[in-house]
Write a protein that binds this ligand. Structure first.
Ligand code: HEC
Ligand code: HEC
Ligand code: HEC
Ligand code: HEC
Ligand code: HEC
Length: 171
């Protein structure tokens, strides 16, 4: 029985590998600056001494980096720059307990399994290798590829696993 499942699994994998030959998606690099609902600047805030992981906490299994809660921002902006229209927008979201709809820049499709904690805390890869020099940016834009070749090239270089089921778990 187990053998049967294994064989069907391998057959599917083979069909997947042959039938749907991988075509890299068009990706504009560097991308255009992405306007956000609030004019937040990484450069300003990292210069204050805030660390990447203070805001992108990667909770639980750390699949996602996550965005900081509005209450975290308000810890300072309760009293800092309260007259600024941008801070008034922030304060309104916090008051209404709504999440700011930040626009995603880096995203892989659902068929791909990616885990931040594994790369950041176990493999100790710098954020900048995958996201560019965020600490120097007022407005973010896509600087690094999220394509399959970008993943596989680094995996090959660092002897990380590169079988199809590493990133495309078959369930
Ligand atoms: C540790 C305190 C601190 C935290 C936390 C913080 N900020 Fe700030 N922020 C500041 C300071 C200080 C400035 C002013 C910097 C300057 O003008 O030099 C600022 C400036 C800003 C500005 C520019 C305001 C203007 O009109 O000039 C925006 C927008 C802003 N922050 C949004 C946010 C958001 C969104 C968060 C949460 C993701 C956040 N901040 C978290 C301290 C903080
Ligand atoms: C004060 C909180 C704060 C700090 C500190 C911070 N970030 Fe962010 N980060 C944000 C917010 C808010 C956004 C959404 C707005 C934007 O894209 O600029 C964001 C967005 C991002 C994105 C884009 C994610 C996407 O695909 O939409 C990346 C990448 C990122 N941050 C990396 C970093 C890195 C690397 C550092 C450290 C050098 C860092 N951040 C420090 C708050 C923070
Ligand atoms: C090995 C490459 C890699 C490294 C290292 C990396 N990221 Fe990412 N990051 C990605 C990919 C790929 C995505 C898209 C993930 C998805 O769609 O699930 C992403 C998405 C994000 C997002 C979007 C929102 C979310 O919750 O996923 C943020 C924010 C982010 N990264 C911040 C960071 C920060 C901060 C660091 C360093 C502490 C970091 N990343 C390190 C590759 C990386
Ligand atoms: C800059 C180098 C680098 C990039 C880019 C990178 N990875 Fe990795 N990845 C690693 C390393 C190193 C490991 C091994 C981590 C460990 O086990 O300590 C790893 C491990 C993994 C694992 C776990 C493998 C296992 O079974 O143990 C998955 C899944 C993964 N990466 C997916 C991705 C995906 C998807 C992308 C692209 C969106 C990506 N990686 C981009 C370096 C990278
Ligand atoms: C290290 C991670 C990684 C490995 C290993 C990997 N892939 Fe991928 N694959 C990705 C990422 C990331 C994407 C999404 C790329 C994009 O958004 O354009 C992707 C996309 C694809 C797509 C395109 C899907 C679509 O609808 O556009 C196919 C087909 C595919 N992979 C097949 C394979 C096969 C076959 C193997 C084994 C030879 C494999 N992949 C190994 C990360 C990986």
């Amino acid at each position: 029985m187990r053998r049967f499942f294994l064989l069907t699994f391998l057959a599917c994998l083979l069909a997947f590998a042959q039938g749907k030959k991988y075509q890299p998606k068009q990706e504009k690099l560097p991308g255009d600056p992405v306007p956000q609902p609030i004019a937040y600047s990484h450069k300003t805030h990292v210069a204050l001494g805030l660390q990447c992981l203070n805001c992108h906490t990667m909770p639980g299994e750390g699949l996602e980096a996550t965005y900081p809660p509005e209450s975290f921002c308000m810890g300072c902006h309760q009293s800092v720059k309260v007259d600024s229209p941008e801070i008034q927008k922030l304060a309104a979201y916090a008051r209404e307990k709504k999440r700011i709809p930040w626009v995603r820049i880096y995203q892989v499709p659902d068929m791909v399994w990616f885990n931040h904690t594994l790369h950041v805390k176990e493999a100790r890869i710098e954020c900048s290798l995958c996201h560019g020099d965020v600490a120097q940016r007022d407005v973010l834009f896509k600087e690094k590829s999220t394509g399959m070749m970008a993943c596989m090239d680094c995996h090959a270089l660092r002897q990380a696993p590169n079988g199809c089921d590493t990133c495309h778990p078959s369930q």
